[in-house]
Design a protein around this ligand. Structure first.
Ligand code: TXA
Ligand code: MG
Length: 337
């Protein structure tokens, strides 16, 4: 732990030097803020796990500035990866591929595959270029909690455990990258995220989606990171089907998080609308929801409320990733029913 609070900086050379010296630097990406460390240094990567209190069975994504750096991270880059990269990089897509020898075991939790992505955020890209090393970066939040989309969120969760936070304003996408494993013949979707499943299937055809095993403990899931409880607020969270009528719990101060503009009864202490968009295109509305989702969940979690009620999203496009975050946020909640 650092004894002082992390400095918020805009000087990317300073941030790059800190990374090259094994320090922890949180930085903006288009999805969420990442907690970066030199991916080629086990000691630096170990500090990520310690700061986040992350279990060592959950591997980290490695970020690079351009495809030229791929040989430092992966052994092979098959044709299907190339097609996906051509369409979605730089951007919110992570591909799991056979790792190169220079990536330490700690990064992949000992697995043969490494997750790699080229982020689109201009600050992230510049920082990666200046650092000139692959950078391991999970979301910059304490393990299991809500992902950060501003520097203030990063400081709230990890301010006394890291060295620097690079200022970059709010993240535009607002949900983490889509994770696809290419470790077998058929691509396998491990996590819904910022690139919708439908967009990926337009490039590579229908793909399988890994299903979490609800009876397995977290270390024994079909893929790491499929933890049943994650992205979690501290307050109890109740989910409602999309457009079901929301009724406050009597005797409790209730907050409502919704993208619906018409389906609730009186009596909520606070209502946060994820979009106020009249755009008829559901894809555009869901993009706005995604950009606001984690910040609004945090706002309700820190408001004077007893319980949060949230509407699920339509199960299309970014709605799948939003529903995944909502369901895991509600798992284990005292009121989850
Ligand atoms: O958008 C994002 O992906 C953000 C930004 C900072 O890039 N990063 C992020 O990292 O969300 P994290 O650690 O919070 O989530 C990474 C997910 C985890 O579920 C992890 O288990 C999975 O990716 N993952 C990483 N490496 C993997 C590997 N080698 N095999 C299977 N899954 C992997
Ligand atoms: Mg995370």
């Amino acid at each position: 732990m650092c004894s002082t609070t992390a400095s918020v900086i805009i000087d990317l050379s300073k941030a790059a030097n800190a990374l090259r010296n094994g320090q922890l630097v949180a930085f903006p990406t288009e999805t969420v803020y990442g907690l970066g460390a030199d991916a080629t240094s086990s000691a630096a990567v170990a500090r990520i796990f310690e700061a986040k209190q992350r279990p060592s069975f959950d591997p980290l994504i490695v970020h690079i500035a351009s495809q030229q750096q791929l040989p430092q991270v992966v052994q092979i880059f098959p044709d299907v990866a190339r097609r996906l990269a051509d369409h979605f990089w730089p951007g919110p897509l992570t591909m799991v591929l056979p790792r190169s020898a220079s990536i330490p075991d700690l990064v992949t939790s000992g697995l043969p595959g490494v997750g790699v992505r080229i982020p689109a955020h201009p600050i992230a890209r510049k920082l990666l270029e200046l650092t000139d090393r692959p950078i391991a970066a999970p979301s910059a939040n304490p393990f299991g909690r809500i992902s950060p989309t501003t520097t203030a969120h990063v400081l709230q969760g990890l301010g006394d455990r890291i060295d620097f936070v690079v200022e970059g304003g709010p993240c535009g996408v607002g949900l983490e990258s889509t994770v696809i494993s290419l470790m077998q013949e058929q691509p396998l979707l491990l996590r819904h995220g910022g690139i919708p499943l439908e967009s990926i299937e337009q490039i590579v055809g229908t793909i399988a989606v890994a299903v979490p095993n609800s009876s397995a403990d977290d270390a024994a899931q079909p893929a790491p990171g499929m933890l049943s409880r994650h992205y979690a607020p501290r307050k109890p969270l109740i989910l409602l089907p999309h457009e079901a009528r929301a009724i406050p719990v009597s005797g409790q101060k209730c907050g409502l998080l919704t993208e619906s503009t018409r389906t609730w009864d009186d009596g909520f202490s606070q209502i946060l609308l994820l979009h106020s968009d009249t755009n008829p295109d559901i894809g555009v509305r869901l993009q706005t929801c995604a950009a606001n989702f984690f910040a609004m969940m945090r706002a309700l979690d820190s408001a004077d409320l007893d319980v949060i009620i949230a509407h699920e999203f339509p199960e299309v496009g970014l709605g799948r990733a939003l529903n995944d975050r909502l369901r895991r946020a509600a798992a284990g909640s005292r009121h989850a029913s």
